[in-house]
Design a binder for this molecule. Structure first.
Ligand SMILES: Cc1cc2nc3c(=O)[nH]c(=O)nc-3n(C[C@H](O)[C@H](O)[C@H](O)COP(=O)(O)OP(=O)(O)OC[C@H]3O[C@@H](n4cnc5c(N)ncnc54)[C@H](O)[C@@H]3O)c2cc1C
Length: 405
């Protein structure tokens, strides 16, 4: 197969880039190793800045017609006291809320709309295994499919294959690892009509429990000290269930829904960044270029913003058959990535690490200063709202639209 651009990875970054390039008439193949997008616990937050992109594409109405929930304010409960800390009602975007939509619905939505352009090729069950080389230059990817191996030759290859990127490994790109004090255990609990509304997190006795509202269930993350899952597992499921009930007592009657450890998925939190996001014929975006901490739930948003910036920068050269300026993509996206990761690292160190130590949490008997400030001065809640909802350097779509099928 010969295309202009081969994108390895059909996650938010790869699908958005594939969509935008195909929409502009650039022949693009997106390779996704799975047969569908149906995988749980991948992050489901669609931020106001991403919703603005949907508006720019003329797709906002169709997008919001899909099942989702909308959240305008979050709070945290520390030692049984509630602290509101995010208020999205004033963010300078079309939608003043954060939408929760299962990631597979979001990716299916992008795929459906991308398929309307003849230049878009989505290859499911196609796993990029190595790069094709032309002298020193990357000239496409080799991939495995149920029918056997295929070569996809391309002027540009994009690694959007996530935090454990095969291509970044194959290209031996140097990675800076910033570390994280925690891992996350993802699980689902049933939701009852009388449950409280959206409260973002419960913090007590050295434990952090995050609960995200879904139509019929809660998607929860139990935050643990890095590397402690084995010890926790050894203490048994009963103790784990009791720990959850202690954090959010209203789910006490439902923790039995966790029937075995198979219902609990471990996310090894990592924060890292490539020193260089490109080499000749090859570019990395999204988690493959920079794995984000789950703090703020901004990984999807950043991946999408990378894709928009890459499409804007690369399109004119690709359309004119010139070598695209890959360094320009890194230059454009370094500032928002460094700033966001910097903030996440600060919060990991100053807040998460402390909350994970029961003794430290008990020291003052009062909530942390910052949360108390958010509680007493509501205007301050607009700052995290802006950082989470819009982020640093939001991108806008500048690529044109070619004829549809
Ligand atoms: C458990 C969990 C919870 C999270 N929660 C949130 C959240 O609430 N909000 C948020 O914003 N972010 C969250 N994140 C982070 C977010 O999911 C990522 O930052 C975001 O999905 C990155 O997008 P991406 O397209 O760069 O990579 P990915 O989403 O990882 O997509 C990569 C895609 O490439 C495919 N792939 C991998 N290797 C190959 C290959 N060799 N060939 C072909 N295809 C390949 C994968 O199957 C996948 O579909 C969470 C992450 C996890 C793991």
């Amino acid at each position: 197969m010969n295309v202009k651009v081969a994108v390895a990875g059909g996650g938010p970054a790869g699908m958005m880039l594939g969509f935008l390039l195909a929409r502009a008439g650039v022949e693009v193949a997106v390779l996704e190793k799975h047969a569908d997008f149906l995988r749980d616990f991948r992050g489901d937050t669609i931020h106001p800045s991403t919703l603005d992109l949907m508006w720019e594409l003329g797709l906002l109405e169709a997008f919001l017609a899909r099942p989702h929930s909308e959240i305008t304010q979050f709070s945290g409960v520390v030692d049984d006291v509630e602290y509101p800390f995010v208020d999205l009602r004033h963010v300078p975007t079309h939608c003043k809320f954060l939408a929760f939509m299962p990631q597979w619905d979001f990716l299916n939505f992008l795929a459906e709309h991308a398929r309307r352009y003849p230049a878009f090729h989505l290859l499911m069950q196609t796993e990029a295994t190595s790069m094709l080389k032309d002298g020193g230059r990357v000239a496409g990817v080799r991939a495995s499919t149920p029918q056997g191996e295929i070569d996809i030759r391309a002027d540009l290859t994009v690694g959007a294959d996530g935090r454990n990127s095969t291509l970044r490994e194959a290209a031996r790109m140097p990675v800076k690892d910033f570390g994280a004090p925690m891992d996350a255990l993802w699980l689902r609990l049933p939701r009852e009509p009388e449950d409280p509304g959206q409260v973002f997190g419960y913090i007590k006795n050295g434990k952090i429990f995050v609960m995200l509202l879904r139509d019929t269930y809660w998607q929860c993350a139990y935050i643990i000290t890095k590397g402690s899952f084995k010890t926790l597992k050894a203490r048994g499921l009963e103790e784990f269930r009791a720990g959850i009930a202690e954090q959010a007592p209203f789910v006490r009657d439902r923790v039995a829904a966790l029937r075995s450890w198979d219902d609990v998925k471990l996310l090894l939190v990592q924060v890292d960044r490539l020193e260089k996001w490109y080499e000749d014929g090859l570019l990395f975006i999204g988690d493959a270029a920079h794995a984000m901490s789950p703090i703020g739930g901004v990984g999807i948003n950043l991946a999408i913003q990378d894709a928009v910036a890459a499409a804007n920068i690369l399109y004119p050269d690709l359309a004119a058959n010139r070598a695209p300026d890959l360094a320009a993509v890194q230059r454009r996206r370094t500032f928002p990535t460094v700033m966001t990761q910097g903030l996440q690292l600060f919060i990991q160190k100053a807040v998460i690490s402390k909350f994970l130590q029961p003794a430290a949490a008990k020291k003052t008997g009062r909530g942390p200063l910052l949360l108390r400030a958010f509680k007493h001065f509501p205007l301050l809640r607009r700052i995290p709202a802006r950082l989470i909802g819009v982020g640093f350097r939001p991108e806008h779509i500048h690529t044109p639209e070619a004829a549809k099928l």
